[in-house]
Design a protein around this ligand. Structure first.
Ligand code: DGL
Length: 279
């Protein structure tokens, strides 16, 4: 049987909603020459409190949609999707869909750098209920750095505050302070907090203002971008499968007006958005 060769295409970037734009913009900063297709499943966000099966089902639909748009490489720029769906998609689905296509997540690149950042070897992980319950961060980090003490804290209100654009308001302060206080009380030796949700960088300046001296909040976008760059060095065959005309298309499953209005805040520029629906 003759093998169908892949045609080069854009890099797919997927998130449940707007949060992945924080990852996309860091990737674009480092790798501006590539083409991108961003897909936000805004009509079904947030994913954070959904079950494993549902997050897997939704994420697989999104990956297939991005493959249909011509992407050969998809980044799950969503911790919840990376935690609950990535492994099954990589191991079970990709060999059947197309063994030459690739899907990567955001948890491993974050786990890889944490060992060189923490000095106290005590860290905290903040994420959605789904990401925390999956224990994906402790599992990945302990494979690389078994000596690091990890304390996790689910922050179920944080992504909805961002998704509903309430994060600048005073109401947000209550929930941010509460979760920071919880995690730092559980382990006062923590010196680094992983923001294990792509929505949280929007809260970064508030988080920083509430943290005691000596505790750093770590946004993952920059590290995901560097890890992708490194991936292309190690996999020139996949680099060759990614087109490079510096274009980006944005897709949402919700209203395009809503998306482009919110995206302007996330990206500091206005964008054209297209709507897609899943069959
Ligand atoms: N952006 C997702 C993440 O990084 C969470 C938001 C949601 O709950 O959908 O985990």
């Amino acid at each position: 049987m003759t093998k169908i060769m892949l045609k080069p295409g854009p890099i797919g970037v997927f998130d449940s909603g707007y949060g992945g734009l924080t990852i996309l913009s860091e990737i674009q900063k480092l790798l501006p020459e590539y083409d991108y297709c961003y897909l936000g499943d805004n009509s079904r966000a947030p994913y954070g409190t959904r079950s494993f099966d549902i997050v897997y089902e939704f994420t697989k639909q999104a990956v297939l949609a991005l493959f249909d748009m011509g992407c050969n490489l998809v980044i799950l720029a969503c911790n919840t999707a990376s935690a609950k769906a990535l492994r099954t998609i990589q191991q079970k689905d990709l060999p059947l869909i197309d063994p030459d296509k690739r899907v990567l997540g955001v948890i491993r690149p974050t786990a890889e750098i944490i060992g060189s950042i923490t000095r106290s070897r005590h860290i905290g992980v903040l994420g959605t209920m789904g990401t925390i319950q999956s224990e994906s961060y402790p599992i990945e980090i302990h494979k690389l750095f078994p000596d690091i003490e990890i304390t996790s804290e689910a922050c179920p209100m944080w992504a909805p505050l961002v998704e509903n654009r309430e994060y600048e308001n005073e109401g947000a302060d209550y929930f941010i302070k509460k979760n920071l206080n919880n995690v730092l009380t559980k382990d006062p030796q923590i010196d680094t907090l992983i923001l294990g949700c792509t929505h949280y960088p929007l809260l970064l300046h508030k988080i920083k203002s509430f943290l005691p001296v000596g505790v750093t909040a770590l946004a993952q976008g920059e590290y995901v971008a560097r890890s992708l760059q490194d991936y292309f060095y190690r996999h020139p065959e996949m680099d060759n499968m990614c087109t490079k005309n510096s274009t980006t298309r944005y897709f949402t499953t919700e209203s395009t007006e809503k998306f482009s209005e919110a995206a302007t805040i996330f990206l500091n520029k206005s964008i054209e958005v297209e709507r897609i629906t899943f069959d």
